[in-house]
Design a protein around this ligand. Sequence first.
Ligand code: ACO
Length: 327
Amino acid sequence: MKKHGTIIGLGYCLPENIVHNADLEKLVDTSDKWIRERTGIKRRRILEKEKPSSDMGVKAAKDALKNSKTKAEDIDLIIVSTESPDYLTPSMACVIQDGIDANNAAAFDLNAACSGFVYALTVSDQFIQTGMYKNILIIACEGLSKVVDWKDRNTCVLFGDGAGACVMTSSDKPGIINYDLGADGTKHKAITIPCTHFDEDELFKRNNKRTQVIFMEGREVFKFAVNAMTASVNKLLKEVNMNIDEIDWIVPHQANMRIITNSIKKLNFPMEKVVITLDEYGNTSSASIPIALAESYEVGKIKSGDYVVLVGFGGGLTWASILIKWA
Ligand code: ACO
């Protein structure tokens, strides 16, 4: 019988430290009013400077294991989605494996920026369909405060830290129904965090020529995001002959309220069925979708039998959507 990936438990971790928009007025020339009106963000969580981002990933992973009633030793594979790893090597997946004692698991990182969690779910489902693995732990873990230029008002007001996780297991029933992944590498310079290389022309666009921090062409990403999210969800549903009004919840990447409302309007979907957390947590990159998913499940919004669409976009530029029938 054909095997399908099914999510059986969710977890998340948010740092305790809350940074309000007004706090950022002390760092850069901005205002609470501008940030709320242009992005919808009111506050975000920021990890203590001395702590590694993987700490959040370990906590989110433990939460997902507990909620799915899965033992760490029964995990066959750990995939971590991150664009803000503690190290280039080792992978954050190995660091988290150590933190949760998942000694029987293979482990690797995946970087598709903010689309990373949906990419990781797709990769996991493929491993399950081939029968190679039974239990997979997927964690999206982002310590963006460590790669933000706190003197660049174009970016520092947008981001927050956090981690979300889930356990996917092999099942006879879907589960995961369909996915759509994509990338437009011609726009790879629209969002960058240079590591070992940057072009001279890029240097001059950066705030005070600072490297190793996030640079973003906000307007270009904005336009791309609305089109990519809408096209991806339409394709996802069309391929399985489903209609938008059969969907119970959409959980979009939490980057900007205006991007979300524009895309949802184009999809002809009611805003009341869209999960929003960006007012509280800002943009936590690939962690934003699993955090929003875990929170909405915790408060009883998402129920067994619901059709849920997750849709993200981000650096690369990438996009990804997935359709899940909730177990
Ligand atoms: N406070 C006050 N003014 C600001 C701020 C700020 N924090 N930031 C920019 N401005 C100013 C600009 O300098 C500009 O001033 P000017 O008109 O005098 O030149 C003005 O506000 C308007 O700037 P825009 O860039 O046009 O503002 P926009 O409405 O596009 O909003 C934003 C900017 C919020 C970045 C938006 O473009 C956006 O959300 N883009 C998408 C970002 C995104 O989704 N990223 C996701 C991927 S992230 C990842 O992968 C890590």
